[in-house]
Design a protein around this ligand. Structure first.
Ligand SMILES: [Ca+2]
Ligand SMILES: [Ca+2]
Ligand SMILES: [Ca+2]
Ligand SMILES: [Ca+2]
Length: 660
């Protein structure tokens, strides 16, 4: 086909000289195989022309049509006729010009491809992702690239409150059916859009947007929220209204999570804006950037920070990354009704900041694949350090006691807080083995813990000392089988409650599921001015039920998690995880009571969970999976105040989606 097409074009040459090869070739531009092929066809034609015997010579037609048709039957053979007409000379000249043009085009294409490859190689070596994970190398010449996914997740929760009743503050381990029974079920969705605008090879703009973020199917029927004369009953609704914050849903239809710019300078990359924050295994800070193909349909959380960051790479693969995060800026003029074109921060002494530095040896994903392919192993490691500080804090502004009055009513307290947060990370990887470990600590103090300037106890301080760590090993006896073992540790605080929700109201007393881990007032059973429970980032996922849904993050505990994963056929995986969890302090668990000796005590064993999953990923981005989890609670989750034992919980989550 191509042969005859090219031949026809060649024949048409005299008529449509400029329109043939020089125009056709660029349209095939990037498809490099096409160019040599077309070239080969031309050579064939030339060969045929040269070797054609029995030339029908002697014609002297001067019109191009007739020349063409004669050529088609039997191209002229040199020497067959001593007389070469002017038309024929003209024709040969044109043919030569065409071949020359085609050849030049080809050279131009080759040169373009070479330049392109060179630019890609250069940019790939100096790129960085929002989450400290260095960007996977890929062509980035398109002006706009869009990554992301759309996913839909049917979920079923059975007895997730474990039937153990409420704690003394009235809180349950998980929402319970509003009317009756033990089952909660729904379907939710999310479209995540992550566009990158490549303004040039050195200047980029990134964003992360969510559409219908975890919107529940059927949650916004028309006419149910707000007055609507058209529908009296929800069951009569004929339409889903768009979700809007405060109207019929907790967030708007489209939310923007991140926007940040990236500029490559001769000495490194400068990143600025609101971006994801990620380090190491994601135990301390986690951008929640994992795919829906991991951890039973992906995550729901992730850290975004307002950051100025500089990424320098003095040696290939070695990074030095200083950054400043704007943690809390306090009251601004916007919230005080002074709406100019630009709001301003109203006070400098209340600014909370992170001053950070990370130093790392880190291979890109492409580099890892290349090294593993060559039989080499990978050793990556790094140190991440943050100093966080705040002098004063507008306590009543944050708690909303009074946000319209003058500065005096913003309720300033002398917070004088500072934290030192080091984190070490190490990873080894070979074709068959993978080991990764992360260790972190948080040390610091807060010199005034009041959440309102009107409260008593000015100058009452607390100290913070927390440690956490996670280690994971994986062995692949054959490429399709993975056997893993993970262990996690988060320091605990023996005060009542696990400590993931220190803002929870209610008294700090025996039997609470969660609450603050310090108690300074006269009413406290035990005076406690130290907070020692380390909290894993909530986006760090261990399981389906206990840590993810009930206790909302690993804290005050150790867990051990052996797992196995098997790829049945390409794209189809099955896996199983077993998780044993135990609190470090029995007095922290929901089972705590004041025992006969007047001490706070409880059972430390929390539970055994088994999670199973299966997932299919097609070559073109379709994903479908299902996970099932069962939690066998141990005595640490019992309600001993009301003598209610915790019952078994089950959960099923399905997910299907499109990754692009
Ligand atoms: Ca401020
Ligand atoms: Ca400021
Ligand atoms: Ca404590
Ligand atoms: Ca505790």
């Amino acid at each position: 086909m191509i042969s005859s097409l090219v031949f026809s074009l060649w024949l048409l040459g005299p008529l449509a000289q400029t329109a043939t090869p020089s125009d056709a070739a660029p349209s095939q531009s990037a498809a490099t195989p096409a160019a040599p092929q077309a070239d080969a066809e031309k050579k064939d034609i030339a060969g045929e022309k040269a070797s054609s015997p029995g030339a029908d010579a002697g014609q002297s037609a001067s019109d191009a049509d007739r020349v063409s048709s004669r050529q088609a039957q039997a191209p002229a053979m040199p020497g067959a006729s001593a007389q070469i007409s002017r038309a024929e000379r003209e024709l040969i000249k044109r043919e030569l010009m065409e071949e020359l043009n085609a050849s030049l085009d080809e050279q131009r294409q080759k040169l373009r491809a070479e330049i392109r490859a060179q630019i890609e190689a250069e940019s790939a070596s100096r790129l960085l992702e929002d989450s400290y994970v260095y960007r996977e190398d890929k062509p980035r010449l398109e002006l706009l690239e869009i990554d992301g996914y759309f996913r839909v997740r049917p979920e079923l929760f059975y007895n997730l409150d474990l039937g153990r009743g409420a704690d003394p503050s009235g809180n349950y381990l998980f929402p319970r059916p509003a009317r009756d029974g033990k089952t909660l079920a729904d379907v939710n969705m999310r479209w995540r859009i992550q566009p990158t605008l490549n303004i040039s090879e050195d200047v980029r703009l990134h964003a992360q947007l969510d559409v219908f973020d975890n919107l529940i199917f059927g949650a916004t029927p028309d006419g149910v929220f707000g007055p609507n004369d058209n529908e009296l009953f929800a069951v009569a609704a004929r339409n889903q209204a768009y979700p809007s914050e405060g109207g019929n849903w907790l967030s708007d239809s489209i939310i923007a999570r991140r926007v940040y710019g990236e500029v490559v300078t001769p000495i490194g990359q400068f990143l600025f804006g609101r971006m994801g924050s990620h380090w190491g295994m994601g135990m301390l800070t986690n951008s929640g950037g994992e795919s829906i193909t991991s951890n039973y349909g992906g995550g729901d959380l992730g850290d975004s920070v307002d950051r100025l960051m500089f990424v320098s790479m003095p040696l290939a693969g070695h990074y030095i990354v200083p950054f400043i995060d704007f943690v809390s800026e306090g009251p601004t003029s916007t919230r005080r009704g002074e709406l100019f074109g630009q709001a301003v921060d109203l006070e400098q002494s209340d600014d909370a900041r992170d001053y950070g530095l990370s130093v790392a040896r880190r291979d890109t994903e492409l580099e890892i694949q290349r090294k593993l392919g060559a039989g080499q192993s990978i050793i990556n490691y790094g140190l991440y350090f943050v100093y966080r500080t705040q002098s004063y804090d507008a306590a009543d502004f944050h708690t909303g006691s009074d946000i319209s009055g003058d500065t005096a009513e913003l309720g300033y307290v002398a917070r004088k807080a500072s934290f030192y947060i080091p984190d070490l990370w190490f990873k080894f990887q070979s074709k068959r083995w993978k080991a990764e470990i992360e260790l972190a600590g948080i040390f610091g103090k807060i010199e005034d813990v009041r959440t309102s300037a009107l409260d008593d106890g000015e100058g009452q301080d607390i100290s913070v000392m927390q440690f956490g760590g996670v280690a994971r090993g994986e062995f692949l006896p054959i490429p399709s089988l993975s056997i893993s073992l993970e262990a996690g540790f988060a320091s605990g605080d023996k005060g009542a409650g696990m400590g993931n929700s220190p803002g929870r109201s209610g008294d700090v007393e025996a039997g609470i599921i969660d609450g603050p881990q310090f108690c300074l007032s006269d009413q406290c059973a035990v005076f406690d001015d130290r907070v020692t429970n380390f909290r894993f980032n909530r986006a760090y996922q261990v399981d389906l039920i206990l840590w993810r849904e009930l206790l909302q993050g690993v804290t005050d505990a150790i867990y051990i998690k052996p797992g196995i994963r098997y790829e049945i056929i390409s794209g189809l995986d099955v896996w199983a995880n077993f998780i044993y969890s135990r609190a470090l302090f029995g007095s922290s668990t929901p089972s705590s009571i004041i025992d006969s000796s007047g001490e706070l005590s409880g059972h430390a064993d929390l539970g055994i969970e088994i999670d199973l999953g299966a997932q299919y990923v097609s070559g073109d981005g379709f994903v479908a999976g299902v996970g099932y989890g069962v939690l066998f609670p141990l005595s640490g989750l019992n309600n001993r105040l009301e003598d209610l034992d915790a019952g078994t919980a089950h959960m099923v989550r399905g997910w299907f989606g499109i990754i692009y």
